[in-house]
Each structure stands twice: as structure tokens, then as C-alpha cells.
Ligand binder design. Structure first.
Ligand code: 5AD
Ligand code: SF4
Length: 490
């Protein structure tokens, strides 16, 4: 690494990230784009390739917002792009493999078109080993920036355009909050809204607390103003985003305002549906349940990752709850919202997981009856505590466990969906189905996908649909009538 490059590069340091400081989080305002940068992208095209979770999808909307302020226009075509950014995910090894595959695949294009700027951002940029590998083996990459550096993109891009060296800016910090970021939302109906960033839970398998910094909440007035503005623009649904939304407000100094309070204030905004993701069972409090039970625009769907049904595994995962406490929470939620749809995340094949311990996960799945589950084989992440744990479970056994888990979940999902046979559900119609343009498709309040024949003018509106053919993952139905404007707060 030469001096020029060193200037921009603070190597990500996982050990330092774990020592969370007590200093206050700064709230910065995104600066106007300097005049000399407003024309940089004129006549040029950009393409962002996004991997990973909704947080990344939404970050890409911010990046698009910044690029368009610089004059760039979006394209879907790699060959006509002047700038390609890969927004990366670090959660499991296969996510990283895909990104390295992409970087390799784009090399001939870069060689053919040297003026193309090829950049990488997102969670993988925060990993020291990844940055080193790119510096050593993928010199055709022009720009790397981290999850805390998105607001610096205009300056970094200028640098990359002017310099022949790879520009790397990755701050290994706990993170600030940047308000006023521009956004180009991909969808005119449903919008993502960040309510908090980072994670302080340090589950032993997870890389996110290192790649995304410490837990920090946006000010309630900023979040509420953004949602009000989206309602005014005609959005029908918002999803509030955070790695652990139930910790919202814990870090706000001088006020006692938590996630339950935020949701209560959301109810008073004229937007038909409000969702949130992701919850941590440990911080899910009674006040939140009470508020969610008031319904209105707060939908009856909670994504509640359990990860395992065995107490010893939960303990070494550092989840800080037991099977019994999780089941008690589920009982409380179901008591308050009897028709609630619960979904979850589960990891199988944790280091040392025995057959009996795995069976506890199966039995918890049966007991709770989640409507659906994202299931994963444990993937060791460098720098996390679990990566150092002794793992004597063969990969074949892990695969077989995943298969059994999925079979059980499919059975439960089908049974849950079959219970909707003949029922009328409210669907927010998103568009034509991917498979058949004559079919419309949309989602229920509980986030289930419904396909039905209906007139195209329903797109973007609410429709009442009777379920006629429930399947494991989707529902088929028939259109009943046009739903009148949704009553909020009723
Ligand atoms: N290996 C496998 N799955 C993981 N997840 C997070 N880290 C890992 C890992 N190292 C899963 C968890 C989490 C979801 C987003 O991804 O289930 O809830
Ligand atoms: Fe999202 Fe986590 Fe993947 Fe980062 S590592 S993109 S925060 S899922």
C-alpha cells in the first residue's frame, strides 16, 4: 500500500469494534453536493448490484440518491455503465463467495473499458481480510468504501475518477447518524425507513455488530417526519428497519422513548401499513405488545428470530433468553393478537450441536407453528467468537438437519395457509405476477403473497381477495370487490 492510499484507509479492526465506547453519537447533516461535483455524472450511467438484507437494499437507495444528485442516470446494463457498485453482504460465506465471483466476472469489462469505475461497498468492505484480499488480488477494483462512509461518496468518487490508485475509505468506527441523505426509492408503494443502525448484541456467530457499528437510534422526530412525508407522497406501506428494532431508543439521552412509543406514534400517521424488522426476543417488551394489539395500521406480522430451540445452544450463541422465555413471549403475543403471523430465523449445525439439541429446535418449531422460517447452516465468520469454537458436526449432518427442518416447516406453512381457505383477505396489489402478466400479485397485512385475476387498475391499491387455493408459500384467490380507502387507526 503506498502513502497516497494509506491516507484513506483505516483498517477495519474487529477487536476495537468490540470495545464499545460511551461517547455520544453525533447526528450529522448530509451536505449539499458541492457545485463542482453536480455535473460529474452528466451523461454517465450507474448500476448498483445489491446483495444481502433490506438494510443493504435501502443503503443502495441512498447511494442512488447521491449519484443522481451528481448527475448520474441509472441503467440495468453493465456494458453501458460508467460506474458499477457492488453493495455486499458478509453474513455467511456463500454471500461473500458470490461477491468475489462478481468481482472476477466484471474484470474483462473493466479491462475493455478502463474508464469504468468499479466499486465495492457494504458489509464486506468492513472486513480487514476482504479489503486485503482485494488490494492483493483484485487490482481492477477502483473504489472501496465502508458502511459508515456512504455520505462521503461524492468526494470518494471524485478521488477515484482522478486517481490511478485504488481509493479505499473504510472507517472502523462505532458510527454516527447522518440525516438528510437523498434517496431514490425503487418502489412507489412500499418504502424502507431506517429507525436505528448497528447492533450491540454480539451473538457469537454474527458479524453484523462489527460491520455496522454500535446501536444508535435516529431521533423520533426525524423518523416520524420521514414517514409523514412518505404518507403525503402516497406510499401505502413502510417497513421500519434496524438490526434490533426492539432496542430502539435505549441510547437516546435525556428521554424515555422506546420502540413501543414510536409504534404508538406511527399509528397516528395516515399511512395504511407499518411493518418492522428485525426483532430480538430479549428486548421485546409488554408495552410494545400492548401497542401492536391496537392494530390500525400496525400489521399482524412479527418476524421473531429464535435461532435455536435448545438452551445450551442459545447460551453459547449468547442470545440471552431461554427456550422457556421465548415460548412465554410467543404466548403473550398470541394472547394479545390471536391471528398474529410469526416468522423466524433458525441456524442449524452450530459448533458441537448434538442430535438431541437439534431435536429441541424441531420441537420448538412444532410448538410455536411459525408461518414461515428462514433457515441456515451455521457459517463461521472470521473474528466472531463462534469461529473459534470446536466444531465436530460433519457438514453432511448439518445438511441433513437443514433438510429435516425445512420439511417440517413446509408442513406447518402449508397447514397455516390451508386455514385461510375461503377467507377474505386485504391485499395491497403490487403489480402483475412474475410468471403470468394476467395475474395480479400482492401481499396481505401478514405479508403473505397472494395471486389472483383482477383488473389492472387495482395495481397500487387495496383489494379484497377470497383465498381459493392455499399453497405452501403462496396463496391463490379471487377478487371480491374494490376495497375502500383503508381506515387508519380504526
Ligand atoms: N451463519 C449462519 N447464519 C447466520 N445468521 C447470522 N449469522 C450467521 C452465521 N454466521 C442468520 C441468523 C440471522 C439471519 C439474518 O442470518 O439466523 O437472524
Ligand atoms: Fe445485511 Fe447483515 Fe448482510 Fe450486512 S451482513 S448486508 S447487515 S444481512
Amino acid at each position: 500500500m503506498n502513502e497516497e492510499m494509506r491516507k484513506y484507509f483505516t483498517p477495519p479492526d474487529l477487536k476495537a469494534a468490540k470495545k464499545r465506547g460511551k461517547q455520544d453519537v453525533s447526528v450529522l447533516e448530509f451536505d449539499q453536493i458541492p457545485d463542482e461535483m453536480k455535473e460529474v455524472g452528466k451523461g454517465k450511467k450507474y448500476l448498483i448490484k445489491t446483495f444481502g438484507c433490506q438494510m443493504n437494499v435501502h443503503d443502495s437507495e441512498t447511494i442512488a440518491g447521491i449519484l443522481e444528485l451528481m448527475g448520474y442516470e441509472s441503467t440495468e446494463c453493465e456494458e453501458e455503465s460508467d460506474l458499477i457498485l457492488i453493495n455486499t453482504c458478509a453474513i455467511r460465506e456463500n454471500a461473500e463467495d458470490k461477491v468475489f465471483g462478481e468481482i472476477g466476472r466484471l474484470k474483462p469489462l473493466k479491462v475493455e473499458k478502463p474508464e469504468l469505475v468499479l466499486g465495492m461497498c457494504g458489509c464486506m468492505s468492513q472486513e480487514e481480510s476482504v479489503v486485503n484480499r482485494i488490494l492483493q488480488k483484485h487490482q481492477h477494483v477502483d473504489l472501496i468504501f465502508g458502511t459508515h462512509n456512504i455520505h462521503r461518496l461524492p468526494h470518494l468518487l471524485m478521488e477515484a475518477l482522478m486517481s490511478k490508485e485504488m481509493v479505499v475509505e473504510v472507517w472502523s468506527k462505532e458510527g454516527d447518524i447522518v440525516e438528510n441523505l437523498p434517496k431514490i426509492r425503487q418502489d412507489g408503494l412500499k418504502a424502507w425507513v431506517n429507525i436505528m443502525y448497528g447492533c450491540d448484541k454480539f451473538c457469537t456467530y454474527c458479524i453484523v455488530p462489527y460491520t455496522r457499528g454500535k446501536e444508535r437510534s435516529r431521533r423520533p422526530e426525524d423518523v416520524l417526519a420521514e414517514v409523514r412525508e412518505l404518507a403525503r407522497k402516497g406510499y401505502q406501506e413502510v417497513t421500519l428497519l434496524g438490526q434490533n428494532v426492539n432496542a430502539y431508543g435505549k441510547d437516546l439521552t435525556g428521554r424515555d422513548y422506546r420502540f413501543g412509543d414510536l409504534m404508538d406514534d406511527m399509528r397516528k400517521i395516515g399511512i395504511p401499513r407499518v411493518r418492522f424488522t428485525t426483532s430480538h426476543p430479549r428486548d421485546f417488551d409488554d408495552h410494545l405488545i400492548e401497542v401492536l394489539a391496537k392494530r390500525g395500521n400496525l400489521v399482524e406480522h412479527i418476524h421473531l428470530p429464535v435461532q435455536s430451540g435448545n438452551n445450551d445452544i442459545l447460551k453459547i450463541m449468547a442470545r440471552k433468553y431461554t427456550r422457556e422465555r421465548f415460548l412465554e413471549l410467543v404466548r403473550k403475543i398470541k394472547r394479545a393478537i390471536p391471528d398474529v403471523v410469526l416468522t423466524t430465523d433458525i441456524i442449524v449445525g452450530y459448533p458441537g450441536e448434538t442430535e438431541e439439541q437439534f431435536e429441541d429446535t424441531l420441537s420448538l418449531m412444532k410448538e410455536v407453528e411459525f408461518d414461515s422460517a428462514f433457515t441456515f447452516i451455521y457459517s463461521p465468520r472470521e473474528g466472531t467468537p463462534a469461529a473459534k469454537m470446536k466444531d465436530n458436526v460433519p457438514q453432511e449432518v448439518k445438511k441433513e438437519r437443514l433438510h429435516r427442518l425445512n420439511r417440517l416447516q413446509d408442513e406447518i406453512s402449508r397447514k397455516k395457509n390451508e386455514s385461510l381457505q375461503g377467507k377474505v383477505v386485504e391485499v395491497l396489489v403490487e403489480g402483475e405476477s412474475k410468471k403470468d402478466p394476467d395475474v395480479l400479485s400482492g401481499r396481505t397485512r401478514t405479508n403473505k403473497l397472494v395471486n389472483f385475476y383482477g383488473p389492472k387498475h387495482l395495481i397500487g391499491r387495496f383489494a379484497h381477495v377470497r383465498i381459493t387455493e392455499p399453497r405452501t408459500w403462496t396463496l391463490k384467490g379471487e377478487w371480491m370487490e374494490e376495497s375502500s380507502a383503508h381506515q387508519v387507526g380504526s
